[in-house]
Design a protein around this ligand. Structure first.
Ligand code: ATP
Length: 815
């Protein structure tokens, strides 16, 4: 490839309502674009910036635009792109009044950017390149101007990050593009050569929206942060509601989509939720709401939380306002009720870890999709299914999203729900199963079970939420849930007690392990464990924990040969901050700890930047699994990551020092930043955090200095993240249906002594885009039992991405 010729001239814009994570999209698209040899641009103020273009060539003038060839003879070598930006072009907003030598933005909406322009954009909320709702772009004239401005700048590809409106705009623009080019040619505004060269516009969409309202993707960029803000507010309200025995009605955003309200309801343990796509079925829904809340109060609940989505309505589409709910609760139930409208606080603030990781992965995928685009391929929207980044035809996603709105308008709520992704429907079922207390158990006596729930290993965010969900579900069905405290030693000590519906009420928001957890495996006394299973007459077991829980399940399953008490359904729900359970890409708690890591690293980076030229070596937990260090490094933009899988050796360290020296020497004088290095605490026994820090300090000389910070147990996080809580509920309920299914199969076996098949002892895993059950025996070939981690991992390539996004190889290759 000719290094001086761009493979593509690529622009990125953010449009519609702002959302956290949009800056990470811009950063990823710019960086990935540069790495793939593109010339990169940002468009300020969304589509409005495209319509306005750059003032230095008046739109009305007949422009002698450079020919295609001329446009492309530009230096796109990495060295040029690195130097191109001064790192402050857009960030400090002063560029409309530039210092001598500084670039100006005045009257320029399409701006060339380089590597350092987008450095450190992770931690900032909103969008630094500006967004707008452009009326002009909705018109043919506006889009004609936009097409002209793109061709004038020689741009042939755009990445649009915005909500469904923005992506509809992208789709309209692409569909209209050929006729816009013809029109410009006929007007004589562009040359024939240009018309030919720009006959095809490459467009890709990334969904930036706090509502999570786009079909064909599980999560939109900004939704996790908005949910985090809502849950923080709810957690604060919770204590005051409890203290005064009050009711709170919380209004959250979501005009056509109840995702935020639903997820907040599940994660915050609300009593009642009102969503646009599933309004209450009754005409007099106020009666049923009051009946339910009254029931909860009768049981002894001291607080009541009702969540109302902004677009909530009854089944006849009459809007339901928070104020109306307040009046009903006050007048009918005599509750001291307050309304809290969260409004724009939901949009703001620093992005959570997942709103840095997801936009980064999606931004990189977006550039690949553009590079692979041909006139015959559809424009793609970049989405995500469970843990898999996906490409779906933009038009299809937009059409399906609009279909939901249409179905709601037509009062076809069954259709509206069917068009939402399966996770949405499962979460709604989960909400009903865990929030509504029913007076009559659903199952007949013979199907009811005594279910043991145990936490094994170290605490992780979401363990208590998963337990609460299992307990509530058990009670609704008629099962008896038993807490086994302190793991297997607790069982041997008969530290077992039955859990109640109200007893677990506040467990959603609690970190750590309410049951008490223990690392000891059942083989400390397998016969004793079997005897206790028999004594307590357990019909099923749920183990919540990390690698130890997996190992325990394996031992119990193998113990079936000798102990009939283990011939019951047994499941393992992975929960560990290390995320080291084989075959699963997610464990409960890993999101919480990534957020804790991001919070700590943001603060450390600030300090490192304040002192300029400082490298912080940050030590993380994670056992012999590098997941937390690697994903954390991606989420904070660390420049080096040390994991146990790769280990550390002298050659690596020599190269790392070389990289840091070159990187600091390339910084603009007085503009150096702090940089982060993440080291898993057991990455090497010899090259410790202290030793590496001292070495960097010694080698850095006048260029940079070094300090260390150990995050230790802070990474277990305080309050579990909403994503961990919601995932805990969903997976826990799947565990319950699994054990009910296998219990039924055992009941159908003739005779008294039952034989549980191997598949009835299984682990629930997330792999790619699927949630699956894997029999524990089948996990063994995938497990590295010595290092206590999976043999393969889904994130191994992320280390390369961390290094690519700091241009390690390009910088090392520089003279
Ligand atoms: P949010 O979800 O936050 O509302 P959004 O992207 O849906 O974000 P909109 O205001 O609907 O926000 O759309 C953003 C911009 O996209 C509009 O201001 C307009 O410029 C453009 N746009 C939307 N719909 C169309 C359309 N049908 N044709 C052309 N442009 C459109």
């Amino acid at each position: 490839m000719d290094a001086t010729k761009p493979t593509m001239k690529l622009a990125v814009l953010t449009s519609g309502g702002d959302s956290a994570g949009m800056n990470a999209v811009v950063r990823a698209v710019v960086k990935a674009g540069i790495l793939k040899g593109c010339e990169t641009y940002i468009v300020r103020e969304g589509y409005e910036g495209l319509v306005r273009g750059n003032a230095d060539d008046a739109r009305a003038e007949k422009v002698h635009a450079p020919s295609y060839k001329e446009v492309h003879i530009t230096d796109t070598t990495f060295a040029h792109n690195l130097r191109f930006g001064d790192g402050d072009l857009l960030r400090d907003g002063t560029s409309d009044h530039p210092q001598p030598g500084q670039r100006t933005l005045k009257g320029r909406y399409i701006v060339r950017v380089g590597w350092d322009d987008v450095r450190g954009w992770f931690a900032q909320g909103g969008t630094l390149i500006g967004t707008a709702r452009s009326a002009a772009f909705r018109t043919h004239e506006g889009r004609l101007a936009a097409a002209y401005n793109l061709i004038k700048e020689g741009i042939d590809a755009i990445a649009v990050c915005g909500g469904d409106g923005s992506l509809t705009g992208a789709d309209v623009f692409r569909a209209e593009w050929p006729s816009l080019v013809t029109e410009l040619k006929e007007q004589g505004t562009i040359t024939e050569f240009q018309a030919e060269a720009y006959a095809h516009l490459k467009i890709v969409g990334l969904v930036g929206s706090i509502d999570n309202d786009m079909s064909l993707t599980d999560l939109t960029i900004g939704a996790p942060t908005a949910l985090q803000r809502i849950c923080e507010a709810m957690d604060n309200i919770d204590s005051t509601a409890f203290s005064h025995s009050r009711a709170f009605v919380l209004e959250v955003m979501g005009r056509h989509c109840g995702w935020l309200a639903l997820m907040a309801g599940v994660s915050g343990g609300a009593d009642f939720i009102l969503l646009p796509e599933r309004p209450p079925e009754e005409d007099n829904w106020e009666d049923s709401m009051c009946k339910m809340i009254h029931g909860h109060r009768e049981m002894g609940k001291r607080k009541t939380i009702v969540i109302v989505a902004e677009g909530a309505h009854d089944k006849n589409l009459n809007p339901i306002h928070a104020e109306h709910v307040r009046e009903v609760l006050t007048e009918r139930l005599g509750l001291d009720t307050r309304v809290t409208t969260l409004g724009h606080t939901q949009r703001g603030g620093r992005p959570v870890a997942w709103d840095r990781i997801l936009p980064t992965l999606q931004g990189v995928e977006a550039v690949d999709a553009l590079l692979e685009s041909t006139p015959t391929t559809p424009s793609y929207m970049i989405g995500v299914r469970e843990n898999k980044i996906t490409r779906v035809p933009l038009m299809e996603a937009v059409k399906m999203t609009h279909a939901v709105t249409e179905a709601i308008k037509e009062k076809d709520f069954v259709k509206a729900m069917s068009l939402r992704d399966p996770e949405f429907c499962e979460t709604l079922e989960g909400f009903h199963a865990t929030s509504v207390h029913e007076s009559q158990p659903r199952l007949p006596h013979h199907q009811r079970m005594r279910v043991a729930i145990m936490h094994v290993g170290a605490p992780a965010g979401g363990m208590n939420a998963a337990t609460r969900a299992a307990v509530r579900y058990c009670i609704r069905q008629g099962h008896k849930p038993f807490a086994v405290h302190n793991g297997f030693p607790g069982l041997l000590d008969e530290n077992v007690h039955q859990l109640s519906w109200l007893g677990v009420d506040n467990w959603m928001t609690r970190g750590g392990s309410e049951l008490g957890t223990n690392r000891k495996l059942p083989d400390i006394d397998l016969g004793g464990v079997a005897a206790k299973f028999q004594q307590f007459n357990f019909h099923a077991l749920i183990l919540i924990g990390g690698f130890e829980a997996f190992s325990s399940l394996l031992i119990l399953e193998q113990g079936r040969k000798h102990y009939p008490a283990f011939h019951i359904p047994m499941v393992h729900l992975p929960a560990t901050i290390s995320n080291n359970v084989p075959m699963t890409e997610f464990s409960l708690g890993s999101d919480t700890s990534l957020n804790a890591l991001v919070d700590a690293c943001d603060a450390i980076k600030q300090s490192a930047s304040a002192s300029r030229n400082r490298v912080f070596v940050v030590e993380t937990q994670g056992g012999k699994c590098g997941y937390l260090a690697t994903m954390g490094a991606l989420a904070v933009g660390a420049c080096i990551v040390y994991t146990p899988e790769r280990g550390i050796n002298l050659d690596m360290l020599r190269n790392d020092v070389k990289y840091l020296k070159k990187r600091y020497s390339l910084d603009i004088k007085g503009r150096s930043e702090g940089r982060l290095v993440i080291r898993n605490e057991v990455a090497s026994d010899v090259y410790t955090t202290e030793m590496i820090t001292k070495m960097f300090k010694e080698e850095g000389g006048k260029l940079f200095d070094s300090r260390s910070a150990s995050l230790g147990h802070t990474l277990q996080g305080g309050i579990p993240s909403p994503l961990d809580r919601a995932r805990a509920v969903r997976l826990s309920l799947k565990c319950m249906s699994f054990i009910e299914h296998h219990h039924d199969l055992l009941l159908k076996q003739p005779g008294k002594s039952k034989v549980a098949p191997p598949e009835s002892a299984a682990v629930i895993v997330i792999r790619g885009s699927h949630v699956k059950w894997v029999p524990v025996q089948d996990m063994v070939p995938h497990a590295d039992m010595v290092n206590r981690r999976g043999k393969e991992n889904s994130w191994s390539k992320t280390t390369e991405l961390v290094e690519a996004l700091v241009a390690r190889s390009q910088i090392l290759a520089k003279d």
